[in-house]
Design a protein around this ligand. Structure first.
Ligand code: GDP
Ligand code: FE
Ligand code: FE
Ligand code: FE
Length: 195
């Protein structure tokens, strides 16, 4: 792995890797390592700091296996919007997950925390790091869905267009499932789908 020198995490990469591995199943841990590899590829192309990309990727699903009760308690503790209580793990592990990551892993960089907050839904305004994490999560080498090769290639050639591709396809998928759409997912689609 890359050597941490800029202190986005107060320790060596291997120490962060161990904490992440301990927080989840092996299945999800392998996904996280593949997201890191893809995030580093994309970061190099798009001029994003490699250490930031590594840290953001390693922690992005840190809380995905926590109980609903833990998320509800953190929504209160961190004084987050009470509307979050109307949603579930898919939305919480990014938005609320960032609060656990800040407190338990001592990651303070707001660009990294915001990229984690935005990794599931995207957002109307996304930094290059946020775009890289959102895309790396979607096109890591273990992902397999119709069009994955096309959108993986697009992430390497036109990052903004690939964000739009994901927002459009995820929205269509969720509608097909009769799933509820988190408003931010719609805003992401409106802003990015035509870039
Ligand atoms: P993962 O954590 O690596 O599995 O990936 P993500 O964090 O990107 O997504 C987690 C889940 O949230 C996926 O199944 C998405 O389809 C789902 N998701 C994304 N946006 C929304 C939304 O607006 N509403 C709902 N109900 N689910 C969503
Ligand atoms: Fe996730
Ligand atoms: Fe994602
Ligand atoms: Fe993920």
């Amino acid at each position: 792995g890359i050597e941490y020198q800029k202190h986005y995490y107060p320790g060596v990469r291997q120490a962060l890797v161990q904490k992440v591995q301990a927080a989840m199943s092996d299945y999800r841990y392998q996904h996280v390592l593949r997201v890191e590899a893809m995030a580093l590829q994309l970061a190099e192309i798009w001029g994003v700091d490699l250490e930031m990309a590594s840290v953001a990727a390693l922690v992005h699903d840190y809380t995905k296996e926590r109980s609903d009760d833990e998320f509800k308690a953190m929504i209160a503790t961190a004084h987050l919007d009470a509307d979050l209580l109307n949603w579930g793990n898919n939305i919480w592990h990014g938005v609320v997950g960032a609060e656990f990551i800040a407190r338990e892993l001592n990651i303070t960089d707001e660009t990294i925390l915001t990229a984690v907050r935005q990794h599931t839904t995207g957002a109307p305004e996304m930094t290059p790091l946020s775009q890289v994490l959102y895309m790396a999560d979607y096109v890591e080498m273990g992902r397999d869905f119709p069009g994955v090769d096309e959108v993986r290639n697009l992430a390497h050639t036109n990052l903004a267009a690939s964000v739009g591709w994901q927002a459009r396809h995820t929205l269509a998928y969720l509608v097909g499932q009769k799933a509820r759409i988190y408003p931010l997912s719609l805003l992401t689609y409106n802003v990015w789908s035509t870039k």
